[in-house]
Every structure is written in C-alpha cells, then in structure tokens.
Design a protein around this ligand. Structure first.
Ligand code: KIV
Length: 274
C-alpha cells in the first residue's frame, strides 16, 4: 500500500479479475533497471527462465538453476512497486512431485518476494498446481509450446494443430480447474487461442497466440531489439536498442583511439580554483 493508500502492487486476484476486460500487459525482466522501466506500464512482470538464453548465453532454458532464478528474482523485486511479479520455476525444480514443487516454489517466493510462480505443463501438472494453490502459492500455468520440453516436443514448433488441438483444450481446462490464476499460451494458432480464451474462466496471456487472448507477454530484450541471436515470428521489435548500443560502443572505441575522449569536461584539474 502506498503512503496515501491509493495504490499497491498488483496481486494474482487483480490479474484474475481482468479476465475479459482490458488486456493484461506483461513483459519479462531480469534486472533492477529494466524492472523499474517496465513496472509503470505492466500489470504483470515475469522473471522468466528465458534469462538463461537472453542474459547468460545458454542454448536453451534447461540449464537454468534455482540459484539463477533467486538472484534475478531479487534484482527484479527491487525495481517493482506496481506490477505483480511472477517467477518461473526452472527445469527440474517441480516435475518430480508436488512436494518437490512446493519446496522450491516456497523458496522462490520467500527469497525473492515474488507474488506467484509459473510452471510449464497442462493435464500432467494439474495435481501439482492444485497442491501449490492449496498451500498458499498462486500459480500461473504455461501451455502450448513449453520450452523446457523442447527435446520431447521436437523443437520450438507451433502447438495445438491437428490432434494436438483437443489435447491443448484439455490442458487449459485442467490448469484452470486446478486453481491457476492465469495461463500463458505460447505459439498456439489464433483460432484455438480464441476458443480456449472463451472456454476457461482464467485469463489467457498469449505469446504467439494472436490478439484475442486476455493479455500479451513478450521477452523484454526481444521487443527492445536487444536480443539479436534470432527473432521468432511472434516478436515485434518496438525498439532497436541493440543497434543504438553497438553504435555507441563503436563511437566510444573510436574516441578512445583518437584521444578525443575523455575531454576536459570529463577530467579533473590538479588544483581546485578558490
Ligand atoms: O521464460 C519466459 O520468458 C517465458 C515467457 C516467454 C512466457 O516463459
């Protein structure tokens, strides 16, 4: 609650209440400065395990650890006062059993101050979601393309076409019934995402799932144009910060080499004039 009592950081119930209303705005963040930048504009900020690929140069999200999530979660929490902070459960931290999931989700929330966790999976994770929610841990589910399962899915493919359609609808219903307060739909055909959005009582947050979802999420480095290794079709670059940063670094290097930086205004006199 603010000093005036008029505003407070959003909670999972606030996101749930946005179902069918104004679109939910969500971005990832991994550091304090970016968290501060996105916080006033977002309803929800996700400390995604995409941090492994985006900031640590890993080839997938599979190598992300609990320690990495705790460290980035703590950094993001320092930059938020408006948006709900949701933190990803990394690969291997929840799949074994509901008890394992609770232990690690509780640690993530206690050590970072996150208001909820996100985990990947539909029908097969419903029992775990219900177990966590019953014990005070709000859960955002993530179905469709679930990057932690890239090896069993056979790549980063669109999900829910053909026979997968009925499976994905069942996944969405299962996580909603288990008590998730929202669900990410990743790389799902637009018509199917619209159908799921109409069928389930919790908000759908799409990434590569069309404009009909209850909200949208993007990886912040993707939409800022900072991450340039590849660009999925669903990413729109709203900025070209990578290009601007590269030009700035090139200018710096040139000025150092020609000794025009530092100039007098960046240097200190031997004596201070009285
Ligand atoms: O890790 C992540 O950034 C995510 C989003 C892409 C939804 O899971």
């Amino acid at each position: 609650m603010s000093a005036t009592g008029t505003s407070r950081q959003k909670m999972p119930a606030d996101i749930l209440a946005m179902k069918g209303g104004a679109p939910i705005v969500c971005l990832t963040a991994y550091t304090t400065p970016i968290a501060k930048l996105v916080d006033p504009h977002c309803d929800l900020v996700l400390v995604g395990d995409s941090v492994g690929m985006v900031l640590h140069g890993l080839p997938s999200t599979l190598g992300v650890t609990m320690e990495m999530m705790v460290m980035h979660g703590q950094a993001v929490a320092r930059g938020l006062s408006n948006a709900l902070m949701v933190i990803d459960m990394p690969f291997g931290s929840y799949e074994e059993s509901p008890a394992q999931a609770f232990r690690n989700a509780a640690r993530l929330m206690a050590e970072t101050g996150a208001g909820a966790v996100k985990l990947e999976g539909g029908v097969h994770m419903a029992e775990t979601i219900a177990f966590l929610v019953a014990r005070g841990i709000p859960v955002m589910a993530h179905i469709g393309l679930t990057p932690q399962s890239v090896n069993t899915l056979g790549g980063y493919k669109v999900q829910g076409r053909g026979e997968g359609r009925a499976r994905l609808i069942a996944d969405a219903k299962a996580v909603a019934e288990a008590g998730a307060f929202s669900v990410v739909l990743e790389k799902v055909p637009q018509g199917l995402a619209d159908e799921i959005t109409a069928e389930v009582a919790i908000p759908t947050v799409g990434i590569g799932a069309g404009a009909g979802c209850d909200g949208q999420v993007l990886v912040v480095d993707d939409m800022l144009g900072l991450f340039a290794d590849f660009k999925p079709k669903f990413v729109k670059r709203f900025g070209q910060l990578g290009v601007a940063a590269e030009a700035a670094v090139a200018d710096y290097a040139a000025e150092v080499r020609e000794r025009s930086f530092p100039a007098a205004e960046h240097s200190f006199a031997d004596e201070v004039k009285k």
